[in-house]
Design a protein around this ligand. Sequence first.
Ligand SMILES: C[S@@+](CC[C@H](N)C(=O)[O-])C[C@H]1O[C@@H](n2cnc3c(N)ncnc32)[C@H](O)[C@@H]1O
Length: 210
Amino acid sequence: MSHTLKYSYTLLAPIYDAIVDSPTRATRHQSLTQLNDVTAQTILLCGVGSGLDFPHLPLGANYVGIDLTPAMLKRAHQRLTPRLSTKLHQGDVMQLPYPNACYDQIIMHLILSVVPEPQRALNEAMRVVKAGGKIIILDKFLRAGQHAPIRRLINPLISKIATRTDVVFESLQRPVEVTLLSDKPALLNGWFRYIVLEKTVVHNDISTNE
Ligand SMILES: C[S@@+](CC[C@H](N)C(=O)[O-])C[C@H]1O[C@@H](n2cnc3c(N)ncnc32)[C@H](O)[C@@H]1O
């Protein structure tokens, strides 16, 4: 299904900013204020799209944006500025081409509810983030048990074109070292949420009694 999304985002690329930029600008700015101090950090943007986050990113870090769709990456490339150190890669967020624990923080704006297997995308983010690093999520999720009949009804079609509307964040598994730091409503009565996860250091409590 990723290939279907690649086709649809190729078609959406020329109009994506006109549809998405203005309604999400303040919200994505607010989301990015939740980053830790970014000085000298390396930060990954999963599903970077056309780079609508770029104007809101704090300076001082090295950013890497990955996306499946070359047409979206081309738009992101046009949005690059010299003040922001940014590299762009084509790739799949469900199979990130990076080693374990190599990013200080991860940004996942409007991607977990887009990919066909959000659990795989989250697993990959949790794998590549370093201990102490945050995963900043801005996305639309249903609550566990929420009926939302229209969103569930349209999901089979719209999930193939642009985005899923049936992802329940609470159904995604996290290992013990990943803590939910915050979960707040963002847009549309809390359909869109600001969620922050943190990968903590797990200390093996080895006490020796001599
Ligand atoms: C709704 S847009 C979000 C873009 C951007 N993060 C934003 O906030 O505007 C979803 C993006 O995910 C990309 N995408 C879809 N499936 C992907 C995958 N499996 N791996 C990487 N990117 C993917 C699409 O090409 C598109 O650019």
